[in-house]
Design a protein around this ligand. Structure first.
Ligand SMILES: [Fe+2]
Length: 208
């Protein structure tokens, strides 16, 4: 049997998940259509680079994705995430966040500016948040789709209260709508997709 490359396998699993979400006809259906239109059949390898401390939580998060609706995607994503550079948000420094925040927050990118797949109008990657952590209210001009791979956590959007989101759940954040996440005892691993303004970073917001 021919070896299927990691990028092909990963792209295939991402497409399957996006198609399934699109087929529900829910809030994220249009996002999935747009993202699928931008997705190649083979995702190039991520750019390697430094790991952040949060990367030490990856294997545990991937392990807990076993048995969830997105286990196959998590398996296909594992080598991609392991090879990737980790980023945080320098604009969040000196903003009075929990001192544990920067040891427990980071993301990798596989599509969009700063990756080997720029110029398709979509930025995508994986966010990880360690246990018992608040990622306070923030916002950005890009529209955002999150798909939870691992870790049940509480997510807050706009004027809504915190809502429990589980592996397999999707969350849409329209442009500039404030959002926050609060993890429980488990690391959160979620895939994100940005469309629209990909160049303007998120900013923290004053407490509502
Ligand atoms: Fe966001």
């Amino acid at each position: 049997m021919a070896m299927v490359g990691e990028g092909v396998q990963f792209a295939r699993e991402v497409r399957l998940v996006l198609e399934a979400i699109q087929a529900t006809g829910g809030e994220a259906a249009g996002d999935c259509r747009d993202i699928l239109g931008a997705m190649p059949a083979d995702l190039p390898p991520p750019r390697p680079g430094p790991k952040l401390k949060v990367a030490g939580l990856l294997d545990g998060a991937l392990g807990r994705a076993n048995g969830t609706p997105l286990a196959a995607l998590a398996r296909a994503a594992a080598p991609i995430i392991r090879a990737a550079a980790w980023f945080d948000s320098p604009q969040y420094r000196d903003r009075g966040l929990d001192p544990r925040f920067f040891d427990n927050y980071g993301f990798v990118k596989f599509m969009g500016p700063g990756t080997n797949l720029p110029g398709r109008g979509v930025a995508a990657g994986f966010l990880m948040l360690g246990p018992d952590l608040l990622y306070p209210a923030h916002a950005h001009p890009a529209r955002e789709l999150y798909i939870v791979l691992s870790g049940t956590a509480d997510w807050q959007r706009g004027e809504e209260g915190f809502l429990e989101r589980r592996p397999g759940d999707t969350i849409v954040h329209p442009s500039w709508v404030r959002h926050a996440m609060r993890t429980r005892g488990e690391t959160l691993l979620a895939m994100y997709f940005w469309t629209g303004d990909l160049e303007t970073s998120a900013r923290l917001l004053p407490d509502a």
